[in-house]
Design a protein around this ligand. Structure first.
Ligand SMILES: Cc1cc2nc3c(=O)[nH]c(=O)nc-3n(C[C@H](O)[C@H](O)[C@H](O)COP(=O)(O)OP(=O)(O)OC[C@H]3O[C@@H](n4cnc5c(N)ncnc54)[C@H](O)[C@@H]3O)c2cc1C
Length: 470
């Protein structure tokens, strides 16, 4: 059995950032991955999806041209095979960048095989090679999966792993699940001319937890696309197509189904669960979210999407970094996570940062909500994107900003600004003292902040300027 100091299982975003930290201290490590290299983010996730979304958004813009007095948009034609080729071309570029960053160590430190744990300090590759390690960092990520009702219909299914590989797409596709991935890909494909039927089990878009913004989003997206919120009940094959019966009894015939119903943890194949005494229903052990050690076995680390928490690229990279840093230290360091932020790159964007409305209510926090609608907001009018709502939450006593949920034009940027304010512990008045250019979407955010100030402070600093005290 070969002996190594650190084993890293998975060469995705978390595994790669873990490796970087480990390699700063020791050369005695190996990374194991038998899958296609290049990371989920660059190969089948964040990046190709955003290329497709950009194409859809730009095509959609042309439908507004006549409002500016510009004509000819009726001659615009989407060539879907060429759009998909473009997606793959940029995707390959992103993947090449990831692979380029791996060049210096793949020949010496990468084993191109999937592995499973054989004990608390040992693993085995699929070809049977065994290794003993002192520390292990497990970063095997997640995969799309088909629900029970679709068993036997596999040849009709696409997922984010396969859709970008298609040469062309059929006329009608059902998008199963309207979370972040479903609404992003569903809207992009709809705008590129695919007949989309979006299906969700409940009246919810992109997992928005603020009831008012969620309802606003449902109404907006169901106006643009064909959506159904009663779930998928049964499926039947009819003339090489699928007949879907939905929860409300309606029947729809589609060519394919795009799975966006959530992702399953890649736990089953690594054989971790049998080694644990304490684990949840999914087979996941409690993980220390400051060190990323498994609580029960401190020489074992879990990072990235496999933690089952905050499955986002920047979180996966941070977690990998922390796990790698600690795996080569005798005493682990504890790290603070960044202010939570999440963005759905739909048009308009949907986003949140800090704490959710639902969380604040459940935790009985004394807070106020400042609101603005982007309908009638100056810059949004100019952009012909007069749609959306922003709610900002602040602590009633201290005035500190706690969180925000939003849907609106360019809200990906507002979510960042507010997340940075939250992480800096800023109060509503302190943010209002910042510069706001004119005319910008950020002025909409200022309106919501002013609404908050009004609710928080009966005698506000109405000048919104810092006074000079000699
Ligand atoms: C369609 C889509 C869009 C997304 N968009 C965004 C976005 O806009 N912004 C954002 O922040 N996040 C986005 N994400 C999420 C983001 O891609 C993930 O959070 C991130 O890629 C997770 O990285 P990871 O290292 O945990 O997992 P991965 O990158 O999936 O890496 C896991 C690795 O483990 C390997 N592996 C699995 N089993 C084994 C085994 N037994 N042995 C060895 N190796 C194994 C796999 O081959 C894989 O290489 C998106 C995801 C998807 C699917």
């Amino acid at each position: 059995m070969k002996k190594i100091k650190v084993a890293i299982i998975g060469a995705g975003s978390a595994g790669l950032s873990a490796r970087r930290e480990v390699a700063k201290v020791t050369e005695d490590y190996l990374v194991f991955d038998g899958g296609i290299l290049g990371t989920t983010c660059a190969r089948v996730g964040c990046m190709p999806s955003k290329v497709l979304i950009q194409a859809g958004e730009d095509v959609y813009k042309t439908t507004k041209f006549h409002d500016f007095g510009v004509y000819g948009q009726e001659h615009i034609k989407v060539n879907l095979p060429e759009v998909l080729t473009h997606v793959r071309k940029l995707r390959d570029r992103f993947v090449r960048a990831v692979e380029g960053g791996m060049k210096s160590w793949v020949d010496t430190h990468l084993i191109r095989e999937h592995v499973e744990l054989t004990g608390l300090y040992s693993l085995k590759t699929h070809s049977g090679e065994e290794y003993e390690f002192e520390k292990v960092i497990i970063t095997t990520g997640t995969s799309p999966y088909a629900p029970e009702v679709l068993k036997g219909f596999e040849s009709y299914l696409y997922s984010s792993d396969t859709i970008f590989e298609q040469v062309d797409l059929p006329e009608k596709i059902a998008v199963l699940g309207l979370g972040v991935i479903g609404i992003e890909l569903g809207q992009a494909l709809h705008r590129l001319g695919v007949n989309i039927l979006g299906i969700n089990r409940r009246r919810s878009i992109s997992g928005i937890l603020n009831p008012e913004i969620n309802e606003y989003a449902c109404k907006y997206f169901e106006k643009e696309m064909n959506l159904n919120f009663s779930g998928l009940s049964s499926v039947k094959e009819v003339d090489e197509r699928l007949e879907l019966t939905l929860g409300d009894g309606s029947k729809h015939t589609v060519d394919k189904i795009l799975l966006s119903n959530g992702r399953k943890l890649n736990l089953d194949k690594i054989n971790l669960s049998p080694l644990l005494h304490i684990k949840d229903k999914r087979g996941l052990p409690p993980i220390n979210l400051e060190t990323f050690q498994i609580e029960e076995h401190h020489h074992m680390f879990i990072a990235g999407d496999l933690t089952g928490d905050k499955q986002l690229l920047h979180e996966a990279s941070d977690e990998g970094k922390i796990a790698g840093h600690n795996a080569v230290r005798s005493k682990p360091d504890r790290f603070k996570t960044r202010t939570p932020i999440g963005i759905t790159f739909s048009d308009p964007n949907i986003a949140f940062c800090g704490q959710y409305y639902k969380q604040l209510i459940e935790e009985k926090v004394d807070f106020q909500v400042g609101q603005v609608t982007f309908e009638g907001q100056g810059r949004s009018i100019i952009k012909l994107k007069e749609v959306g709502l922003l709610h900002i939450y602040a602590d009633t006593k201290t005035g500190k900003i706690l969180g925000a949920e939003m849907m609106g034009p360019d809200n990906e940027h507002l979510a960042h600004l507010l997340a940075w304010c939250i992480q800096m512990n800023l109060t509503v008045n302190e943010v209002l003292e910042m510069p706001f250019y004119h005319p910008v979407v950020e002025e909409g955010m200022r309106t919501a902040l002013r609404d908050l100030r009004h609710k928080l402070d009966p005698e506000p600093n109405v000048l919104e300027l810092r006074m000079i005290n000699d």
